[in-house]
Design a protein around this ligand. Structure first.
Ligand code: MF3
Ligand code: CO
Ligand code: CO
Length: 289
């Protein structure tokens, strides 16, 4: 890690008070786009179409999609359906779940990127606005959720909010992991270990790695001006993941359902500011559309 004067010994950037305005604007834009995509999520809609809408909205706002061209990624969003944990590529055929693989039901034999009734999906958008990165994701449902999906969504949302609630100067990054892991495992779900949150600001992925499991009182100390994401991925089954042949799509190894929510936050003098709150109050799929 570079040894900048405005970084802690752990290599974590400390932003100036005036930098919060840039993050607020970028975060609000990313969150607004997630609000505006909600009415488009429905059975029969293709994820490639959703990505095109997202792309247009980002450009229209005078911003840039951060994922476009990032390490060879070619889309403006990630759309991760059912047992896809993260980094699902819009427009690609939806990976088949166990039941889809064996189903004789034609509607369930899907070879394209169309949403089916009951699909649960995470849409993850990162914008660059005036040089600042706003990174947020949330869950959506095509039609009505089936089986244990809505419980998993509720648990994952609660896990994110519990992680955010411990953020303040003097707290440690391990406190976030502990808050999330102890809650999620108490609900008999599992926390994904293979992906984590990250510092951000004028860059997409910076120090620290914000892991969603761990022990209280461990890890670097939080200080005002730190900007980072918290983005827990929670599985109904086991935590292990694997990457599909496209090099991006991460799925649960046991094909169990996975959910994720993500906010970009900043440490303030006395607590936390969430940069990516939903302007329309639509962060959770069962909140009013
Ligand atoms: N937005 C994702 C995150 O939360 C990163 C996506 S990188 C991509 O960090 F290349 F997969 F789009
Ligand atoms: Co992120
Ligand atoms: Co993201």
């Amino acid at each position: 890690m570079r040894k900048d004067v405005d970084r802690t010994p752990d290599g974590i950037k400390l932003h100036a008070p005036e930098d919060f305005a840039g993050m607020r604007a970028a975060g609000a834009l990313a969150a607004r786009i997630l609000d505006e995509i909600a009415p488009h999520v429905a059975p029969g809609v293709k994820t490639g179409e959703l990505d095109e809408i997202i792309h247009e909205k980002i450009i229209e706002a005078g911003a840039t999609p951060a994922t476009l061209g990032y390490r060879g990624y070619t889309k403006s969003s990630c759309i991760s359906i059912n047992h896809v944990v993260c980094h699902g590529i819009p427009g690609n055929p939806v990976p088949k779940t166990k039941s889809e693989t064996i189903s004789r039901d034609l509607e369930k034999r899907r070879d394209d990127d169309r949403l089916l009734t009951g699909d649960v999906l995470n849409i993850d958008v990162t914008v660059i606005l005036d040089g600042w990165f706003g990174d947020t994701s949330r869950m959506y449902v095509a039609g009505k959720p089936k089986g244990p999906a809505s419980r998993l969504i509720d648990i994952t949302h609660e896990a994110l909010m519990r992680g955010i609630s411990v953020v303040r100067p003097g707290a440690r990054f391990g406190d976030i992991g502990h808050a999330i892991q102890s809650y999620v495992e108490g609900e008999r779900c599992s926390v994904v270990r293979d992906f984590c949150g990250h510092g951000l600001g004028r860059v997409f992925h910076d120090s620290p790695s914000v892991v969603h499991y761990g022990r209280s009182g461990t890890g670097p100390e939080m200080r005002p001006g730190m900007f980072f994401t918290i983005e827990p991925m929670v599985n109904l089954g086991r935590p292990e993941t694997k990457i599909l042949d496209d090099g991006w799509t991460a799925v649960t190894r046991d094909k169990s359902l996975s959910a994720q929510f993500e906010h970009s936050v900043g440490v303030t003098e006395d607590g936390v500011e969430i940069f990516t709150l939903s302007p329309a109050g639509r962060f959770h799929p069962t909140w009013d559309r």
